[in-house]
Design a protein around this ligand. Structure first.
Ligand code: NI
Length: 268
């Protein structure tokens, strides 16, 4: 499996599940833009069987190395980002993990129980990051209880291992080359943006600005019902030069904190 194969598989699964991401990608390409990815993101729990170290393994094997570390206090997350050592066009990979010990016994036991059902060989497989939910059909009541503690925990419980979002590299676009232009383009085509903390997260002074769509709602099969819940979102990132003249390559925890809420909009 080449690195391109890895990203293509993730992209196909992601766009099959989230048709609006495919429509946005097509809008960009139909208007003459070539879309490169700034980063793709995964979510997981901090259990040593499936934590950041485990999910990042396939990328390390394909030439990536670990870069920044990030802590999200409010959401009880830790994250790392990875960059390819030589291929500057390869997307960054951003992986976060939920600090399960910060949560209730119920949440911790649920995570342990679902993982205990999975044969160890699956955690060691190169297929892991493509494998989605490997613990079987989720239970709706459990989902709601998890969601009351952590929307992130509930998302991972239902969707498991897959790209949570792809992120368009705005710097690589020809005409839609600012985040303001991208946001207007999306809104004029009828897409909803995550406006938690403002449509644009981050400032030029922080060297990274990001925006995102609200996640598509998709039908999910639970043990006793099929119901529609948020899935994945599409993100857009513009980077600015650091003092040494090269584009800033890290992430801003304060901004990403609000981006996580792109899958959390039942309350409206
Ligand atoms: Ni992101």
């Amino acid at each position: 499996m080449t690195l391109d194969d890895v990203f293509n598989r993730l992209w196909i699964d992601y766009t099959n599940q989230n048709p609006s991401a495919r429509r946005i990608y097509e809008l960009f390409t139909n208007s003459g833009e070539k879309v490169l990815n700034d980063h793709i993101a995964f979510r997981t729990y901090d259990d040593p069987r499936i934590n950041i170290d485990v999910l990042s393994r396939i990328f390390i094997e394909h030439g990536y190395s670990a870069k920044g570390k990030y802590t999200f206090e409010d959401k009880h997350l830790f994250a790392r980002h990875f960059e390819h050592k030589t291929d500057k066009n390869a997307p960054r990979v951003f992986i976060s993990e939920l600090k399960t010990k910060d949560f209730s016994d119920f949440l911790q036991k649920t995570v342990k129980d679902i993982l205990d059902q999975v044969p160890l060989v699956k955690f060691k497989s190169d297929e892991l990051i493509f494998s989605g939910n490997i613990w079987g059909i989720p239970d709706y009541e459990t989902y709601i209880k998890l969601r009351n503690e952590s929307e992130y925990a509930a998302w991972v419980y239902v969707y498991g291992f897959r790209a949570n979002h792809f992120t368009v590299n705005i710097n690589a676009l020809k005409n839609l080359n600012t985040i303001e232009k991208v946001n207007e383009f999306l809104k004029s085509n009828g897409f909803l943006l995550n406006s938690s903390g403002g449509e644009i997260k981050g400032t030029k002074a922080e060297l990274l600005q990001q925006s995102s769509t609200l996640a598509d709602h998709v039908n999910v099969e639970f043990a006793d019902r099929i119901t529609s819940i948020p899935a994945c979102y599409y993100e857009f990132a513009q980077r600015y030069p650091d003092t040494d003249g090269s584009l800033y390559s890290g992430f801003i925890a304060k901004s990403a904190d609000k981006i996580f809420e792109s899958t959390d909009y039942y309350k409206k």
